[in-house]
Design a protein around this ligand. Structure first.
Ligand code: HEM
Length: 511
């Protein structure tokens, strides 16, 4: 007879026992601290507190790891660097999923994109394509579209010197043009207004409060209006992008062998992985190294680029200009650095950036005070324990980058705009390993467009400061500049910044 120790049954039993003990232990542990809720609805009356500011206020009372029960959904808010490290580094695999409500699932073609796909082989492959093919420095077209659109914005500003300019609208138009051109190239140039309307409706639907998410039984009462809005929004997107994809298919089929692909846009790049109308269900192909994309994947990925690359960069530029106009001594310091390094007889060139340390610190300081995505949304893929508290599977974990960046136990004068703090060689960097400063997130789900986004932000602000002097319109005072933000997918300024440019250089404007 085999000895008992060699029996596989014993090992299976031990593993089962270990698993059972873990589950029971997790169940016995308390949830993180949080306000007491009511039966069934839990803390639903605090739904308006689910913004970066609201959660930062609650964290002052309950601590860096806070629990809210919203109907059936557990929400955990993280507001310290230490807890963020626990979620994004120590237990990153457990927390690498994203939560998605009905609207997000429907509008992303059942999470056929990268931003909302669950962590796994599909997501990994799409991320690889995006990082290597779409956002990489080697894809010169994306970077060229940034330069050309910024040149055209500078031209617009030159024509408006001496007049009040709506800087907010100007930079939103700039980043929309950049992403639109990078995605669709020369296709559908006239369709941009239609596309902007589609994006605006998507944005509203993504952020709409849907009670059935928290109390699923409320579906019995139906919400036909909301469902119809979702259906109409997706139909409009289909109508728009299908035309562009068809045109790309024709282009691909009629391509000559000697086509060097130099004018390829992002849809062209994605078409290289296209599997045909009925082709590869990505999920069946998940283990294969040759990824096949469906039409839905391509549409959803294009929307990721639009949402990921437009509002984030625009709000970063608008906030940088706002903080500089609010702190005129910092504005003068930056302009002095630009004058010392470049002189006033030529335009700014991107190669100047590496010689502008104070300017770059001011961009970092802007992203600390105003991270464009103030709450990182993650979801627990399994039951887990953080800092002795139980976090059940499917909990939504919100990392409050805004609160962490203003934590007074880490930052001196946390609410003040002081770029000089980043001049210290030990100051945190945004690459994701310093958890007290996470404007681009950290770990597996961190921003894949970081380089492209920073490039657009730095180039736009440097051009605006080097070529122009800026003042507030008559009657406005820098001390009164409003720094309230609006909470949605990103956190832009609540009111658009208006300022008056005047030409600063000694050379004529040549673009
Ligand atoms: C200043 C500019 C930008 C900032 C501050 C920013 C910030 C972020 C942050 C905080 C995240 C989530 C990280 C996490 O959950 O841990 C993210 C994700 C993402 N960003 Fe950016 N971003 C910027 C520009 C861009 C650009 C230009 C693109 C594309 C063209 C882009 C595409 C994406 C995508 C697709 C994701 C989802 C990644 C995933 O879930 O795997 N971002 N970004």
């Amino acid at each position: 007879m085999d000895c008992l120790l060699c029996s596989p049954v014993l090992y299976v039993f031990l593993i089962f026992l270990w698993y059972l003990v873990r589950v029971l232990l997790n169940r016995c542990l308390p949830f993180p601290p949080g306000p007491r809720g009511y039966p069934i609805v839990g803390n639903l009356k605090l739904k308006n507190q689910l913004s970066h500011r609201g959660l930062a206020e609650l964290a002052k009372q309950y601590g860096g790891l806070l629990h809210l029960q919203m109907g059936r959904i557990h929400i955990v808010a993280v507001s310290t660097a230490e807890m963020a490290r626990e979620i994004l580094q120590v237990q990153d695999v457990v927390f690498a999923n994203r939560p998605a409500n009905v609207a997000i699932s429907y509008l992303t073609y059942n999470r056929a994109d990268m931003a909302f796909a669950n962590y796994g082989p599909l997501w990994r492959q799409m991320r690889k394509i995006c990082v290597m093919k779409l956002f990489s420095r080697r894809r010169a077209e994306s970077w060229a579209s940034v330069r050309e659109e910024i040149d055209s914005m500078v031209q617009t500003l030159t024509e408006q010197t001496g007049l009040p300019v709506n800087v907010g609208e100007l930079v939103f138009a700039l980043t929309r043009n950049i992403t639109y051109r990078a995605a669709f190239g020369s296709f559908a140039r006239d369709g941009q207004d239609e596309f902007v309307k589609i994006l605006q409706e998507f944005s509203k639907l993504f952020g709409a409060f849907d009670i059935t998410e928290f109390l699923p039984w409320m579906r019995w009462f139906g919400n036909r209006g909301f469902t119809m809005r979702l259906e109409n929004a997706r139909k409009s997107l289909d109508g728009f992008i299908d035309r562009i994809i068809d045109a790309h298919i024709e282009k691909k089929e009629s391509r000559q062998n000697d086509d060097d692909g130099l004018d390829d846009d992002m849809v062209d790049e994605l078409m290289a992985f296209y599997s045909g109308e009925n082709g590869g269900d990505l999920s069946n192909d998940s283990q294969s190294s040759s990824l096949r994309l469906t039409r839905d994947n391509i549409k959803a990925l294009v929307m990721d680029v639009m949402f990921g690359g437009t509002e984030t960069v625009a709000s970063a530029i608008e906030w940088a200009m706002t903080e500089l106009l609010k702190n005129p001594h910092e504005l003068r310091k930056l302009q002095q650095e630009l004058a010392d390094v470049i002189g006033l007889s030529r335009q700014f060139h991107e190669s100047d950036l590496e010689n502008l340390p104070y300017f770059r610190c001011a961009m970092k300081e802007t992203l600390r005070l105003h991270p464009p995505i103030p709450l990182l949304l993650h979801e627990a893929a399994a039951d887990s324990v953080v800092s002795g508290y139980s976090i059940p599977r499917d909990s939504r974990v919100m990392i409050n980058v805004y609160a962490i960046g203003r934590d007074e136990s880490v930052w001196t004068e946390p609410n003040a705009f002081k770029p000089g703090r980043f001049m210290d060689s030990k100051a945190p960097d945004f690459k994701g390993s310093d958890f007290e400063y996470l404007p681009f997130g950290s770990g597996r789900r961190s921003c894949p467009g970081m380089q492209l986004g920073l490039y657009a932000m730095e180039l736009a602000v440097a051009h605006m400061l080097h070529s122009f002097n800026w003042e507030l319109p008559e009657g406005a005072n820098s001390g009164d500049l409003d720094i309230t933000d609006m909470f949605g997918l990103t956190a832009p300024r609540a009111t658009r910044l208006i300022a008056v440019p005047s030409y600063r250089l000694k050379c004529p404007m040549v673009i």
